[in-house]
Each structure stands twice: as C-alpha cells, then as structure tokens.
Design a protein around this ligand. Structure first.
Ligand code: DGY
Length: 320
C-alpha cells in the first residue's frame, strides 16, 4: 500500500511524478493557500506533509490533528513557520531545501540593490510612459555594502558586490572563519549601521531577529543609505521603515519580503517614491524551483522510509 501524502499546492512535473510513483497524493488545487480546516482534515490519515507554499503553519495543533504523520518536508530554506521542537517531540523529521537556492536568491537580492541604486525600474517606467529622459542613480563602485547575516546567500551576494567594486562589511552572531578569503570585514551591528552605504538583510527570522530594524537603527544609518530586505518581512518594523523613508532618514529601500505579506496594493509603503518592492521571488526561477521541489520530495520519501533526510533541520530526532 502506498503512503498518503498531503501536497499543499501544485508543483513541477518531474518531482510530482516521482511523488506519485511512491505515494497517494492529496493535492490542494485551489487558488491561494489551502484553508487551515481543510488541511487539518486532509492530514487526519496522512503519513507525510509536503509544503510548497509560504506560511503553512506547522504547530502542535496541526501535528495533533495528524496522528500518523511521519515526516514534514518544505520546499524553501526559511522555516520560521515550522515549530521544529514540536516536530522533534513527536518523532517527526523536518526537512527544508538549503543550498539549491543560493545563487538564484543572491541574484535577486543583488538585482534589487542594483536596480534601486541605478533606478533601472524607474527608467523602464518612464520609457513605457513615453518619456525618454535620464534618471540619475548612484555608483555601486567604491561603496560599502553591509551584509547582516553572512551565510551562504550572503556570501554569494558579497561575491557579486565585489565584482561591482564594492567593499564588504558584515555582521553575524559570530565572526566567520574564512571572511578574509572573501574580503569581508567583520563589524559590530552598530558598526554596520554607521559605516554601510547599503545594508542587505539576509538573517533568518527568529525571536532575536524579529523587529531588529526599527526606528533606532534607521536613525543610525546614513541618510544616503540603501536598505534591502530579502530575508523575512518581520525582521523589519514596517511602520518605522515607512517613517524613515518618508522623512528621508535613509535614501531608499528595496524589499523582496514584507510585513504584512502579501503587501496590500493600497499599503502606505507603496505610495512612497523611494521604494522598490518585489513579491517574494528570491528563489523563483524555473531551474531553482525544480531543484527545490525535487529535494523536498526526496526528503519526504526518505522520512516515509524512516531514513535520514538529505537536508534535515532536526537530524537527531528519534523517528516515531
Ligand atoms: C525560502 O526558501 O525561505 C524563500 O524565502 C521562500 O520562502
């Protein structure tokens, strides 16, 4: 008999075919995220949960509604929506998809910084509206990029920034061993705010990082600073960011993630002239999303077979 797996949205043909070869798949095909009640109903007799959408909350309530659940797998690297401790307590391994999305996410992160600094999106808007005129940007060359959260994606962003002639400083909880090879200089958090011409936020959302960028931090940054968030919206206090942009405490923001997310079309942030927002598309390329989906399927199948997941967040879990 095949395992029953709940799939929270449509995925790519090859990973979907692999999943169906091994499992009976209960797929949510509706538009938007699967309603919570329906998800809990689907999970009553499910052996696995494969989440391909942002923000499916996996918590005690969900796990209790799924007594047969053996594994949770999510296509995505961030897992602030998953109560990993609760999974571990119930003997359920949880897998995410790090690594395979690094280059695509770094491209998008550096891309929105470049677009903001050179006003590429504004130039295109002008041309489209029949106005052929110059827009003045600011040089990347010679500027100091401050990375908050220098992990794999941050390192890949730093390499792109180096190629554009930028100097790199960074702040992490701990200094990275190999930062001199990358040519990145470790600074305190306040040092990052003081020195950087552009700040890129790539830190995962946690109790420590929630609201990390607010009034005080924007006040401390240079009035000419460019601010990029490509991690999770709630790392930034949105009202304080609005205030900082409106009152020119900083120059510009480029956001791939927002709080709230999705950002409503009439949100005050969108009325500002000095902001660029993209709809959380850091990893959204055909190749990368396929790799993520395949890794998520492989993690799920490993968990169902009680084998170690390829990329497991709680590898020391005692399988139930
Ligand atoms: C990730 O993989 O965490 C991306 O931000 C998509 O959620």
């Amino acid at each position: 008999m095949k395992y029953k797996v709940v799939l929270t949205g449509e995925t790519w043909p090859a990973p979907f075919a692999k999943l169906k070869e091994h499992c009976d798949v209960q797929l949510w095909e509706g538009s938007g995220p699967i309603p919570r009640e329906l998800l809990l109903e689907y999970l009553q007799d499910a052996d696995g949960l494969l989440s391909v959408s942002h923000g499916i909350k996996v918590d005690e309530e969900l796990l209790s509604a799924a007594p047969k659940l053996r594994v949770v797998s999510q296509s995505g690297v961030g897992y602030d929506n998953i109560d990993v401790a609760a999974c571990t307590k119930k003997g359920i391994p949880f897998g995410n998809t790090p690594g395979v999305l690094v280059e695509a996410t770094a491209d998008l992160t550096f891309g929105i910084l470049l677009s903001a600094m050179r006003q590429i999106h504004l130039g295109w808007n002008l041309v489209k509206s029949g106005q052929w005129r110059e827009v003045m940007g600011t040089d990347l060359y010679g500027k100091t990029l401050g990375i908050y959260g220098l992990g794999d994606i941050g390192t890949a962003v730093a390499k792109r920034a180096k190629a554009s002639g930028m100097n790199i400083i960074y702040h992490n909880r701990n200094r990275k061993q190999d930062d001199d090879q990358l040519g990145a200089r470790y600074v305190s958090f306040d040092g990052l705010l003081d020195e950087a011409d552009c700040i890129v936020v790539l830190v995962p959302l946690s109790d420590q990082s929630r609201g990390m960028f607010g009034k005080e931090q924007f006040k401390r940054m240079k009035a000419t600073a460019y601010f990029v968030n490509a991690s999770r919206g709630p790392v930034v206090n949105t009202d304080d960011l609005y205030d900082a942009l409106k009152n020119r405490k900083i120059a510009y923001a480029a956001l791939d993630v927002t709080d709230p997310e999705p950002l409503p079309g009439d949100h005050p942030l969108l009325s500002l002239p000095n902001i660029l927002v993209t709809p959380h598309i850091g990893s959204a390329t055909v190749e990368t999303r396929n790799r993520m989906a395949m890794l998520a399927v492989d993690n799920l199948l490993a968990g169902l077979a009680k084998k170690p997941l390829l990329t497991c967040v709680n590898p020391s879990v005692n399988y139930k």
